[in-house]
Design a protein around this ligand. Structure first.
Ligand code: UTP
Length: 296
């Protein structure tokens, strides 16, 4: 096997309008919505860092300050916590600013996820890179991203993450038509379609917000016309790569069986908060007791 460039860069698109969560997202990116006591995006950045990615790039839009401030130092607050002797909170506050350094590129207008990824072109250059959607939470005990990076290194193509959904739910996702590969625990992606109606969907395999992409995706995105919703869709570019031949083409899928939440969707967000809160040692048991009486 020829030696491939290792994946070291993570791109976090966080420039969407977050319309499903209005009015909470009017003045704040949805990626900053708190899941228990940390903004959703912090879990995602932590996942990238613990997967060994060292070069972090966030794609921001309007209201980007909250994101930048969260991952930056806040000396006034740190001093105040020090004076109060509040070591635990001080450690939490410092931790968020030590995950980086994080680089930022601005997506001037929310023209779609594909366009947001294209904004990373100059920073990423000619090497494979990971994309982690800031509103998609994956159970931290899972090793999905690491597996995806291994598949990228093995195949030299691009890798997407898939989950099985109820057929009626597929119209909310990108959907993949796949073929099993003998002897491998990943699949070949034959084609992709964004948000298909249930009766024409090629499968019940939905694309979720983790990707490890070959840099050839940038050239494809530059030539991808706006698709569904007038947005430049990453799914459309991946469809081109799946159908193509030669260097950098080929798309593979890793089917994820663990827990995952879309924090940009209200019900899924609430489930994420309740699940993660119920696992916290400080108040998890109390919360579960209260939930039982509340629903009982
Ligand atoms: P979504 O489609 O979930 O985000 O994009 P959205 O458009 O903000 O959500 P709604 O439907 O209006 O509620 C998936 C990811 O891609 C990013 C989002 O921030 C989210 O992390 N994104 C989307 C961008 O960075 N730029 C875009 O133009 C669109």
């Amino acid at each position: 096997m020829t030696k491939r460039k290792a994946v070291t860069k993570a791109v976090f698109p966080a420039a969407g309008l977050g319309t499903r969560f209005l009015p909470a997202t009017k003045a704040m990116p949805k990626e900053m919505l708190p899941v228990v006591d940390r903004p959703a995006i912090q879990y995602v950045v932590e996942e990238a860092v613990s997967s060994g990615l060292t070069d972090l790039l966030m794609i921001t839009g309007r209201n980007k300050r909250a994101l930048e401030d969260h991952f930056d130092r806040e000396p006034g607050l740190e001093r105040a916590l020090q004076l109060k002797g509040d070591k635990d909170r001080l450690a939490e506050v410092e931790y968020a600013s030590q995950l980086g350094p994080i680089h930022y590129v601005r997506q001037g207008e929310a023209k779609g996820l594909g366009h947001a990824v294209l904004c990373a072109k100059q920073h990423v250059g000619n090497e494979p890179f990971a994309v982690l959607l800031g509103d998609d939470l994956i159970d931290e005990a899972e090793t999905l991203l690491t597996t995806m990076m291994e598949v990228q290194q093995e195949t030299g193509g691009s890798v997407i993450a898939l989950i099985e959904v109820e057929p009626a739910e597929i119209s909310a996702y990108g959907c993949a038509d796949v073929t099993a590969i003998e002897g491998e625990d990943f699949v070949r992606v034959n084609s992709l379609v964004e948000k298909p109606a249930a009766d024409v969907a090629p499968s019940n395999l939905a694309v979720i917000g983790r990707y490890v992409l070959h840099p050839s995706v940038f050239g494809v995105l530059e030539n991808t016309a706006p698709g569904r919703g007038g947005e430049i869709q990453l799914t459309d570019a991946l469809q081109t790569l799946a159908a193509g031949e030669g260097e950098g083409s080929g798309v593979y899928g890793v089917v994820f069986k663990g827990r995952r939440y879309d924090t940009g969707d209200k019900l899924s967000y609430l489930k994420a908060v309740i699940t993660l809160a119920s696992e916290r040692v400080e108040f998890g048991e109390d919360l579960k007791t209260w939930l039982k009486t509340f629903v009982g």
